[in-house]
Ligand binder design. Structure first.
Ligand SMILES: [Fe+2]
Ligand SMILES: [Fe+2]
Length: 309
């Protein structure tokens, strides 16, 4: 990459990132967390639905936790469309293509093992789940980040958000559902590794093309929504999930936006274009607004009463 090219904003980010993709992909492979879905499932506890039709009493659970399991599982089901998006930003012979395949292979088991647990534990109505899957997959609605910079920043936020959602859902399950807790923990572990890959790939991309990445980061942060907008009654589920403290504005701000953008050290990015400087300011303003919203929300849910003297 010549200085002239950079000055004219003609950075081929995909080409420039190849060594970093290779480095981070190797790091991913060198930290194996091998697990087998069949070992995590307690098959003996299942019952045929023909013998015993599903009922909500089979597994009493708060509505927000049920919504979280439903949305998280359907999101994992939508994998073919996410893979499709990732592949559209890669090309033959590039290490990013190998990473995309590895990522798809690891993601593919999430829906499988979750569904085994859901059906055996009966924590979700199987008919509702299957109908939701059909609607969602026929719609094929997933975010389609425009550029590679958009994609990398979006996926970094998204993998982190997914990790948080699975982890927090696990903590809300009854203590005696060790199968569910273990399975969601295993999935969250995979998401952590995926997050680390994209977080650090983005960090490398910031060094190559800081302006394009800064603009992309702001755009993706401002527009960020949990995947799942194609799921029937998504908004209703999202509200319940937030109320349950599993994933909402507070988690997005405190567990996603702050740690991820903090890692990228956006305050100290140098050599930004005027547009990118503007994007950086916009992100700071957005964080202030969001923090105020989160505080107001917390106040409403849990008002602090002045202590009696
Ligand atoms: Fe996943
Ligand atoms: Fe993931």
């Amino acid at each position: 990459m010549s200085i002239t090219n950079r000055a004219f904003g003609q950075v081929d980010l995909l080409e420039e990132l190849a060594p970093d993709v290779e480095r981070l992909y190797n790091r991913h492979l060198e930290a194996p967390r091998e697990w087998f879905p069949h070992e995590a499932v307690d098959w003996g506890t299942g019952q045929n639905f023909a013998d015993k039709p599903w009922s909500a009493e089979d597994y009493p659970l708060a509505a927000g936790v049920r919504s979280a399991i439903y949305v998280n599982l359907l999101t994992e089901d939508n994998l073919p469309y996410y893979t499709n998006t990732l592949l559209s930003h890669s090309r033959a012979g590039h290490p990013l293509l190998d990473w995309n395949h590895q990522w798809t292979m690891e993601e593919n088991r999430h829906a499988m093992v979750m569904r085994d647990w859901v059906h055996i534990s009966r924590c979700i109505d199987p008919v509702l789940l299957e109908e939701g899957r059909r609607v969602q997959m026929k719609t094929g609605e997933v975010p389609r980040p425009e550029t590679l910079a958009d994609l990398i920043t979006y996926v970094a936020f998204q993998e982190r958000a997914t990790q948080v959602a699975h982890r927090n859902t696990a903590t809300k399950l009854p203590k005696d559902d060790t199968m569910g807790r273990r399975i969601l923990g295993l999935i969250a572990g995979d998401e952590t590794k995926h997050y680390l890959f994209y977080r650090d790939l983005a960090k490398a991309a910031f060094a190559i093309d800081p302006s394009a990445m800064m603009i992309a980061a702001t755009k993706q942060a401002v527009n960020f929504a949990m995947p799942g907008t194609g799921i029937p009654s998504f908004t209703r589920h999202a509200v319940r999930i937030a109320r349950e403290g599993i994933y909402g504005l507070g988690q997005f701000m405190g567990d996603v936006l702050e740690p991820v953008t903090g890692w990228w050290d956006l305050e100290h990015l140098a050599g930004l274009s005027a547009e990118a400087e503007h994007a950086r300011e916009e992100l700071v303003k957005m964080k202030v607004t969001l923090t105020e919203q989160v505080e107001r929300l917390a106040q409403r849910l849990n008002p602090v009463r002045p202590a009696l003297a």
